[in-house]
Design a protein around this ligand. Structure first.
Ligand code: SAM
Length: 227
């Protein structure tokens, strides 16, 4: 299922689903199926502005963890310029859609379980983005520790979550949307979970109407020197 590390210096890593790379169902995070494009695009009309608000910038190396069909991956790739973006997802069909959506952009692809990212030899990242998926991760502490292991010093784990609310209060195109209310985490609860990975809250970005982005920062040697 897991593909061996491929040279990140390549402009584009091609990904094609095969029988060997079929996703095992027991690894899929609950309540994380990819939303239909119609309401997803209505809810997120400007993904480029979102990733810029989250602090992604030119030259960065970014991992889009659970990238789905690449809606935010494409925005990340437009934002990093000569940097690099790696889209990772468990679902081969979504990865193929992401690759098509990001044609011509500096993206690479990897099919794997997000829980294994610290064992894939992917190198280190300035930003790891997990959008609209963290709520469904059964062992959020373990995932956060795996993310921390692949962050560069002073790198950031950026989590985009739905604010706590009943689904009926977060409609898009006239229908209740988003995960069940009991799965939604406040920024404070999210920060507390991620603190177990020694990642410190860095900034909170409101993403109206229903989301926030929370950036958690990995300490650098410089922090220790100046403490
Ligand atoms: C709700 S979608 C979000 C996609 C994208 N981040 C976005 O915001 O548009 C959640 C994604 O998580 C992926 N996923 C679920 N379990 C996973 C796992 N264990 N490892 C990697 N990806 C997983 C699904 O395949 C799906 O693409």
């Amino acid at each position: 299922m897991k593909r061996p590390h491929e040279d990140m210096s390549d402009h584009t890593m091609s990904h094609r689903p095969t029988a060997e790379t079929a996703a095992p169902n027991d690894a899929i995070f609950p309540a994380t199926s990819m939303p239909d494009p119609d309401w997803w695009r209505a809810l997120w009309p400007d993904p480029d502005a979102v990733v810029q608000a989250l602090g992604v910038g030119a030259g960065m190396r970014v991992l889009d963890l659970a990238c789905g069909d690449g809606y935010f991956t494409a925005a990340l790739a437009r934002c990093v310029g000569r940097g690099q973006v790696l889209g990772l997802d468990l679902n081969a069909e979504l990865l193929a859609a992401a690759e098509a959506a990001c044609a011509g952009l500096p993206c690479q692809w990897h099919q794997a379980d997000a829980m294994a990212i610290d064992r894939l030899g992917l190198g280190s990242f300035d930003v790891v983005l997990m959008a609209n998926t963290f709520h469904g991760v059964p062992d959020k502490g373990a995932l956060s520790r795996a993310v921390a292991a692949v962050l560069a010093p002073a790198g950031r784990f950026v989590i985009v979550n739905w604010y706590p609310a009943p689904r009926e209060e977060t409609p898009v195109l006239g229908k209740p949307r988003g995960p069940r209310a009991d799965l939604r985490l406040s920024p404070e609860a999210t920060a507390e979970i991620v603190r177990s990975a020694a990642l410190e809250p860095h900034c909170l970005v409101p993403l109206p109407p229903y989301h926030y982005g929370l950036a958690l920062r990995k300490p650098s040697a410089l922090d220790t020197d100046t403490a």
